[in-house]
Design a protein. Structure first.
Length: 497
């Protein structure tokens, strides 16, 4: 079996994650850390919140680790200059000593915040977290040794200890990255569905008891999921927030009310009912909130949209239809935009089929591939410039469609770099064909249907704009020359690679 460095590091981390023997020492350490915090009462809770980052809405640990990483890297550079006998070597040595000390202070602060976060981890994350802490403690120990050596005038050994610490630190950073990006530690785990965008009935008001959280669900068609929401009645007022705790996804409907907040049953994060902000950690992220009203004895909720959420609201659709009504009567009417684009999709599909059917050594294959590349570029351009901005108010697919265009452009560039007679070309062409077909089909089955909300007249006006731009792109000498140059450069790059 061939092992590359990805599978080797994956296997090493897998071993740590499977090391159940770490659970007992981890449990003992977590218990030992928790005891003084419990004894400290309210001041202890405040310190915990500060170290988690609850007070400012972001985990503090990743922010603090930048101090040792930056200063110890600086020290390594200064030590290297000093060891090479650079001019002003004494100043470099003094600056390196200071950088090592500042990094050690930062590492202690980062360790305190990291330990606080680690206590609430479980299973595999807790084992990797323990390894992460041990590795980073080793780096800190080496730097403390280096400081002692430097003070005794043993600079050479001090530099070696610092260099070793710098290398060890990166193993620790790798494990830390694994915890965040693979195990999602410290990442907001609440549901951020935009549904329901208008008031939707969820529960008869009589069924919600004072002080007893109650879970309801709303359907998100885009996510194809039921989103849990927790309803709470306190002093006669009803509140609603996402039921999945932003810390690690705990069920807030299983929690309880304490001092005006809803407490998560898993690790005790307490959320303000009015604002959704965490009042106590370990959570650092606010819960998604919902507006609440009671109509005809039924509780209705509506999602409070977050800034920048790409949600299509009834107001957007109303605005889009107003645009349609304000269109002047003398607008030239021809085919609708979706009809123009569908026809171009079909053209692209037929070109793919023709190239795929050609023999690899057919000299026309290369020319047809270039024509296809040109038509693809034109297609993306007209959609980006005219169609997507116009349908954005009525379709949530637009950001995805833009991203897919980037993917298609990358794949097209990679395909153009290959000789059309090579087996690799066939593989890339099939991938590109599939990607284009997926993109076109998504538009035809979703975006084109949503675009009908713009109204017949507006779609015909857009169709006219699209046809004009398609024509212009195909006939403009400048545009043709520019595309030809781009395609030639890509093909040339492939030959030189
Ligand atoms: S899941 Fe940890 S506090 Fe809610």
């Amino acid at each position: 079996m061939r092992l590359n460095h990805f599978s080797m590091t994956g296997a090493a981390i897998g071993r740590i994650e499977a090391a159940e023997w770490l659970d007992n020492p981890a449990f003992q350490i977590a218990n030992a850390l928790a005891l003084p915090q419990r004894l400290a009462g309210t001041p202890g809770r405040r310190i915990r919140n500060a170290l988690h980052g609850t007070w400012y809405g972001h985990p503090v640990h990743p922010m603090l680790v930048t101090v040792p990483i930056g200063t110890w890297t600086l020290a390594l550079g200064l030590d290297t200059l000093g060891a090479l006998g650079a001019k002003h070597g004494r100043e470099y040595d003094r600056a390196a000593d200071l950088a090592v000390q500042a990094g050690a202070a930062g590492a202690v602060a980062a360790a305190a915040a990291g330990l606080m976060d680690w206590q609430q981890t479980h299973g595999r994350s807790r084992r990797v977290g323990l390894a992460h802490a041990l590795v980073n403690s080793t780096a800190l120990g080496l730097q403390l040794t280096s400081i002692a050596l430097r003070r005794r005038g043993r600079r050479r050994e001090g530099r070696i200890a610092s260099a070793a610490a710098w290398s060890v630190m990166f193993i620790g950073a790798y494990l830390g990255g694994h915890l965040v990006y693979r195990r999602r530690q410290g990442v907001d785990q609440a549901d951020h569905s935009v549904e329901p965008r208008s008031f939707a009935p969820v529960l008869p008001a009589a069924e919600l008891r004072e002080g007893q959280p109650r879970k309801v669900e709303v359907w998100d068609a885009l996510e194809r999921a039921h989103i849990p929401v927790v309803l709470v009645r306190q002093r006669g007022r009803t509140f609603a927030m996402g039921a999945r705790c932003s810390h690690m996804g705990g069920p807030l409907d299983g929690g309880w009310l304490l001092k005006g907040g809803l407490v998560c049953p898993w690790h005790g994060s307490r959320y303000d009912l009015e604002t959704g902000q965490p009042l106590d950690g370990p959570s650092t992220c606010p819960q998604p909130l919902y507006d609440v009203r009671v109509r005809n004895g039924v509780i209705e909720i509506k999602r409070q949209q977050e800034p920048g959420a790409a949600a299509v609201t009834p107001e957007d659709i109303e605005h889009a239809s107003q645009v349609e009504q304000s269109t002047t009567a003398d607008t030239p009417l021809g085919r609708k935009a979706d009809e123009v684009l569908f026809e171009h999709h079909e053209l692209l599909r037929s070109m793919f089929r023709r190239i795929e059917d050609m023999a690899p050594d057919d000299p026309q294959r290369r020319d047809l591939m270039r024509t296809l590349a040109s038509e693809l570029e034109i297609h993306e351009h007209v959609e980006d410039a005219i169609f997507y901005p116009a349908v954005r108010p009525v379709s949530e697919d637009v950001p995805v469609a833009y991203a897919e265009h980037q993917q298609l452009a990358d794949l097209l560039a990679a395909t153009l770099k290959l000789p059309t007679s090579s087996p690799d070309f066939d593989e890339y062409l099939r991938a590109l064909h599939k990607a284009v077909d997926h993109h076109a089909s998504s538009e035809e089955h979703s975006m084109f249907i949503e675009a009908q909300r713009l109204g017949d007249r507006r779609l015909r006006e857009l169709g006219h704009e699209l046809e004009t731009m398609l024509e212009e792109q195909r006939t403009s000498r400048f545009q043709c020359a520019f595309r030809e140059l781009k395609i030639s450069l890509l093909a040339q790059a492939g030959r030189e690679a």
